[in-house]
Design a protein around this ligand. Sequence first.
Ligand SMILES: Cc1cc2nc3c(=O)[nH]c(=O)nc-3n(C[C@H](O)[C@H](O)[C@H](O)COP(=O)(O)OP(=O)(O)OC[C@H]3O[C@@H](n4cnc5c(N)ncnc54)[C@H](O)[C@@H]3O)c2cc1C
Length: 87
Amino acid sequence: MTNWGTNPLTRGAYSGALPGMAHMREVVAEPVGDLVFFAGEATGGPLAQTAGGAMNSGHRAAAEIYSALRNSTLMSPCPNGLQLCFR
Ligand SMILES: Cc1cc2nc3c(=O)[nH]c(=O)nc-3n(C[C@H](O)[C@H](O)[C@H](O)COP(=O)(O)OP(=O)(O)OC[C@H]3O[C@@H](n4cnc5c(N)ncnc54)[C@H](O)[C@@H]3O)c2cc1C
């Protein structure tokens, strides 16, 4: 965490891993069960710290959510067969 939010001259920040700790980004990206999912540049794998990493992480998290929904007893295929609907 940084205190950039209190600095009027700073308009943003991005994550930085301590030396030797970059592998922990994978841990940060792990979902909590099928309920909480994480996206954002800090979870962006090799492109962490960049807009590309943020975008990739969004795609990954969306895929994780879709997979969780597909396996959920709350969902079933919609009549059109393409999407998932609540039962
Ligand atoms: C000075 C600077 C220069 C950079 N230059 C480059 C560059 O040249 N190329 C590059 O690829 N990347 C660059 N980056 C990095 C890039 O901007 C970030 O990696 C990217 O924007 C991260 O996207 P994100 O969606 O993970 O997070 P963000 O873009 O930070 O989006 C997070 C959003 O969540 C919102 N939010 C925060 N808290 C809450 C809350 N409690 N409730 C609801 N919303 C909340 C924020 O307002 C924000 O809109 C730069 C970053 C900085 C700071």
